[in-house]
Design a binder for this molecule. Structure first.
Ligand code: GDP
Ligand code: MG
Length: 437
């Protein structure tokens, strides 16, 4: 979806002034891109209609940067579609807050229960996990194992899930647990038996939050499931799991619009710290690919003197990119904002978190890098490969750092050199984005 939308916006950007036809053509493509991303048909229709209404208005066509305006409208409407604000967990005025997790088998309920408990625990609360999925012995065991990992107690009993839930709330009252998280049973498909059991638990323990857990990777099925659960149970929110594996974004975009229920959390990995509050604006930016190359280039162009940038790019690509260039490069990049942020704009960088972390320089580190490079001889700066053990010791002494610091700087230099070359050297970029190369 991101790629498709970026294509559309690029076309618009190349146009300068927009006619109504340009906008219509872009809207057709946006519509297709959304449908391909498995966004609900009705949602797409309304969405496009709303954008059209705003985008063919005089203000856009006559504005100085019409394409920019269209992107902004699309962003606003995407955020609206997903509920605008981040919807938080409602905590009860008088503890314990009872949270009931429902959903189909395999959607991620048990994992989410533990993730939620961990995040509440980190906020200083005292959660109690409740194993109310009694049909599969392994299910109770699974929750116990997770509970052990995060050191949160797990309430379990044999017998009726409704009774288990009720006794867990009594236990919480008694022992001072302030959030009770009930992990319920699922089925492979929605059926009457499941719904009735969940209704009974709900009637009995009166949860403050009934959260539906759905798998983002199931796309529109997730939306249908959400509709059905909402009709029967009345949901307070949705947890969208496995967003890490969802490349299309259809469920994330449709659930709120179709059901009226906000997505409150998203699961972004199997590990227990991989649950995040859902922020519609951040999701919109991700979908739009705001971390895009265009932004990077625009930013770079406005900050770095064009000629200087061209010269720098040439040197970066050449074999004699040396430590002096490296220092210069660090200074330039710093002008644009935190290096980490800039790097996150490069395509393919999202997954290279570790490298990104290693490449981060703050003000202090820059001073430190500069001191080390200043203590080198010109020969060493141009040919870092000659820096051996005794030279490192001398440089460290001269710059008031340690040999480890020198090693680290040299490593960062090598990495930057390799990365930048990879990035600049990719055909796509050289051709399209750096016409002055
Ligand atoms: P339940 O049947 O609804 O209780 O589902 P589980 O909690 O047992 O999860 C089913 C599978 O999905 C497990 O293998 C989990 O590790 C995995 N899972 C759950 N949430 C996420 C997530 O956010 N990302 C990924 N990648 N896997 C997840
Ligand atoms: Mg389970």
């Amino acid at each position: 979806l991101t790629d498709k939308l970026q294509e559309v916006f690029k076309k618009l950007r190349n146009k300068g002034k927009l006619t109504e036809e340009d906008v219509n053509a872009a809207l057709r493509e946006i519509r297709l891109a959304l449908l391909e991303a498995d966004v609900n048909y009705k949602v797409v229709k309304d969405f496009v209609a709303r954008i059209k209404e705003r985008a063919v208005g005089q203000e856009v066509i006559q504005s100085l940067s019409p394409a920019h305006q269209v992107v902004k409208i699309v962003r606003d409407e995407l955020i609206n579609l997903m509920g605008g604000q981040n919807a938080r967990l409602n905590l009860a005025p008088k503890p314990p807050t009872v949270v009931m997790l429902v959903g189909l088998q395999g959607s991620g309920k048990t994992t989410t229960a533990a993730k939620l408990a961990l995040s509440l625990k980190k906020q200083g609360r005292r959660p109690l996990l409740v194993a109310a999925d009694v049909y599969r012995p392994a299910a109770v065991k699974q929750l116990q194992v997770l509970g052990d990992q995060i050191q949160v107690p797990v309430w379990s009993q044999t017998g009726d899930p409704v009774e288990i839930a009720a006794s867990a709330v009594r236990e919480a009252n008694h022992k001072g647990y302030d959030v009770v998280i009930i992990d319920t049973a699922g089925r492979l498909h929605i059926n009457e038996e499941l719904m009735r059991e969940l209704e009974e638990i709900k009637a009995r323990v009166k949860p403050h939050e009934v959260l539906l857990v759905v798998d983002a990777m199931t796309g529109q099925d997730a939306v249908t499931v959400a509709e059905t659960f909402h009709q029967r149970l009345g949901l307070d929110g949705v947890v969208l799991t496995k967003l890490d594996g969802d490349t299309r974004g259809g469920a994330a975009l449709s659930i709120r619009a179709v059901t009226g229920c906000p997505i409150k959390f998203v699961g972004v990995g199997e590990k227990l710290d991989m649950l995040e509050p859902f922020h519609p604006d951040r999701m919109a930016d991700r979908i739009l690919g705001m971390g895009d190359v265009l932004t990077l280039i625009e930013k770079a162009q406005s900050t770095i003197d064009a000629e200087q940038a061209a010269a720098m790019q040439k040197r970066l690509l050449s074999d004699d990119f040396n430590l002096e260039d490296f220092l210069e490069h660090l200074r330039q990049f710093r002008k644009m904002g935190p290096l980490d942020h800039i790097l996150s704009l490069l395509p393919g960088f999202g997954g290279m978190k570790k490298l990104r972390e290693e490449l981060q320089f703050d003000e202090k580190e820059l001073i430190w890098a500069e001191a080390i490079i200043n203590s080198m001889t010109p020969e060493e700066r141009r040919h870092p490969e000659i820096i051996d053990g005794s030279r490192k010791r001398r440089i460290a002494r001269g710059s008031g750092t340690t040999v480890q610091d020198v090693n680290r700087l040299l490593k960062q230099f090598e990495q930057t050199k390799r990365l930048i070359r990879q990035f600049m050297g990719s055909k796509h970029l050289k051709k399209k984005r750096f016409p002055n190369l």
